[in-house]
Design a protein around this ligand. Structure first.
Ligand code: ADP
Ligand code: MG
Length: 243
């Protein structure tokens, strides 16, 4: 499990995370919902230290960190290894082939052998239906295919948790479906995931837990059933698109 406790993040004196405490369970899919600018990306990025909150704690089962205290390189590395982020715009390296995009970090950062890493990368590529694209360059692929590759790249790091920040919001609806199907499969295989999305139908089908964030605060933390079937007035407005 990942636990955040009393996390505060300010930008230019404005609190964008206001004393947040929340848990992300193992082997489950947690979906983070909320209007634009509410702090969802900041929250997600705090988990892999892309964002450093001002105070609060981040704990995994075997390691924890006080955001307010200095952290050693070793500890920061150990914490960052636990998660892998998939970005909205996939961010593949344009000058590397598909297989190189997937294998570079495991080889250079985790010091894995090239042979083993490539073997695993090819397995991942076939899992997402892209086995024959290993030697192409990202520009030769559709956005949906590139996003599936960036999911492979995240999985190749063998993280405990995959973090996805609006993974399909830059995709056309028909390409979105391909990516969502893969995430649903990963979810069924009990991959631990934390997903920020605006796709309510997807959230409903994939989430084991929903966290609703607004204005830097958590207004709901519970089951999808409670969220969708017994919404508060505020959540009702959000769901009907009034936000
Ligand atoms: P969301 O992902 O829910 O849209 P964000 O976490 O990106 O929200 O942003 C939350 C708030 O923090 C917003 O008001 C945003 O403008 C502000 N913010 C985010 N990143 C920065 C930054 N690097 N510098 C200043 N303000 C930021
Ligand atoms: Mg965001």
């Amino acid at each position: 499990m990942i636990s955040l406790k009393n996390v505060i993040k300010t930008y230019d004196g404005k609190e964008v995370l206001k004393n947040i405490s929340v848990d992300f369970p193992d082997g489950k899919t947690t979906v983070i919902l909320g209007p634009s600018g509410s702090g969802k990306s900041t929250l997600l990025r705090s988990l892999d230290l892309l964002v450093r909150p001002d105070s609060g704690t981040l704990s995994f089962s075997d390691i924890s960190l006080d955001y307010a205290q200095p952290v050693t390189k070793k500890k920061s590395f150990d914490i960052r290894k636990k998660t892998s982020m998939v970005f909205q715009n996939w961010n593949l390296f344009p000058n590397l082939t598909v297989i190189e995009n997937i294998t570079t970090a495991p080889i250079t950062v985790l010091k894995q052998s090239k042979e083993e890493t490539e073997k695993r990368a090819r397995q991942l590529l076939s899992q997402v239906g892209l086995a024959e694209y290993a030697d192409r360059y990202p520009s030769q692929l559709s956005g949906g295919q590139q996003q599936r590759i960036s999911i492979c790249r995240a999985l190749a790091m063998n993280p405990e948790y995959i973090l996805l920040d609006e993974p399909t919001s830059a995709l056309d609806p028909e390409l979105e479906t391909q990516v969502l199907l893969i995430l649903e499969e990963l979810s069924k295989m009990d991959q631990s995931m934390i997903i920020v999305t605006h796709n309510m139908q997807f959230a409903r089908s994939v989430a084991d837990k929903i966290v609703f964030v607004e204005d830097g605060e958590i207004l709901f933390d519970g089951s999808p059933k409670d969220f969708f079937e017994h919404p508060t007035t505020r959540i009702k407005d959000f769901l009907s698109g009034i936000t």
